[in-house]
Design a protein around this ligand. Sequence first.
Ligand SMILES: [Fe+2]
Ligand SMILES: [Fe+2]
Length: 171
Amino acid sequence: MGAEIEQLAGDILSHPRFQQLRMLVHHGPQNSVYDHSVAVAKAAYALSRRMRLSVEETVSVVRAALLHDFFEYDWRSAAFRRFLRRYSGLKRLLHMHGFVHGSIAAERARACFGLTERECEAIARHMFPLSPMPRTRIAWIVTLCDKTVAAREMTLAVRVYLSLACRKVFA
Ligand SMILES: [Fe+2]
Ligand SMILES: [Fe+2]
């Protein structure tokens, strides 16, 4: 399926800024934002095929899925913590990564790759219920595939952390 994703979004996959996502750890020590985004794009492509979407809509689904987490910062970093400290109370909560990264990714995807309004909206709303509800089929597919893939990756991450902890305890 990698070949199909390459065909539909090769310009994104090979772009230096997208390649930089390999450096950002995401769901566990063995998973980067790049790995996660490609996995979500593959799942979204498979679902689009199963739903017999048009080529045009499938292209939109794959491009939005690839860029849904194109926020380009380390949300665990001191810099992001400093950004959050500018706010307090409810405002701080609403500026936490889970709430803001969809809109940031959408803006960056639009500026860097010229995504359409519908594709950007799918990205901006993929964190539902932390973001407004998806309104299009594209947005629902990205949201659903993101959650499914993230759950799989987080389960794997928990296993990795548990095995590391067990090794320490029984060493
Ligand atoms: Fe996300
Ligand atoms: Fe994601």
